[in-house]
Design a protein around this ligand. Structure first.
Ligand code: DC
Length: 232
């Protein structure tokens, strides 16, 4: 395929919940001058809207209506990073018409990243579950970030206990286990690495190591900084 050299650089970052995608994506966006879209926040916002209206996230009509009318500016002041909203997000994300309603927005962000045409950014980083497989199958670079369930649960627990001090670690482990099963087991756009994705296991790595390894992977794909014969 002939790639347009003036097209935005797109980095797709996929992986299970709490694997470290958000932190890595923000760091990559900063490093390479890219816009950033946390696509999980769209599904979280849909989950929040349904719950806020007293609805049921399993109700496909209610969830689809919320996705079609999504207004992220109205959500900003609300805390959508709670365990309850994460659960609702994972439930609405399994509904095909919800995914369809959010697809154009994500593709449009990748095709026309904010401030790209003014030359302020060179492209975009999108993180989620299906960026490399469905949203941006032609992404310049695809990273698939994984980590052991226990390690992810510990990281998420540390984040969540800042809001809910009494939250038991076991509950977070169980919650993530269910979320993994739902995100990977759904029929539409399940969580799975694209065949051309670079897989990075962050279980035993610090965030600095994850960022450094990812930058090496991205540089290699972009054809920068690699000397002949370099392998890692
Ligand atoms: O990354 P997160 O925890 O904020 O995502 C919340 C839920 O949204 C997640 O359980 C699955 C869903 N999601 C998805 O299905 N596809 C995406 N591209 C991003 C998130």
């Amino acid at each position: 395929m002939i790639k347009d050299k003036f097209a935005p650089i797109i980095i797709a970052v996929d992986g299970p919940a709490a694997a470290g995608k958000g932190t890595l994506s923000r760091r990559l966006a900063h490093f390479y001058d890219l816009a950033y879209l946390d696509t999980g926040s769209l599904y979280r916002a849909v989950g929040w809207s349904v719950l806020n209206a007293g609805g049921n996230p399993r109700n496909a009509d209610e969830a689809t209506e919320a996705a079609k009318n999504l207004d992220m500016s109205g959500i900003e002041s609300h805390d959508i990073r709670t365990a309850e909203i994460g659960r609702a997000a994972s439930i609405v994300a399994a509904i095909p018409s919800v995914r369809a309603a959010l697809l154009d927005f994500q593709r449009n962000f990748a095709k026309h990243p904010p401030h790209f045409h003014e030359g302020k950014v060179r492209g975009a980083v999108l993180d989620g579950r299906d960026i490399g497989t469905v949203v941006c199958p032609d992404a310049t670079v695809k990273l698939f970030i994984i980590a052991d369930l226990e390690e992810r649960a510990k990281r998420r627990w540390q984040e969540l206990t800042a809001r809910d001090a009494g939250l038991p670690l076991e509950q977070v482990v169980e919650d993530l286990r269910r979320r993994d099963a739902r995100d990977s087991g759904r029929d539409t756009a399940p969580l799975t690495p694209s065949s051309d994705a670079e897989i990075l296991d962050t279980s035993k790595l610090s965030i600095e190591e994850v960022v450094a390894r990812s930058i090496r992977m991205v540089d290699r794909k972009l054809g920068i900084g690699s000397s002949p014969g370099e392998t890692a």
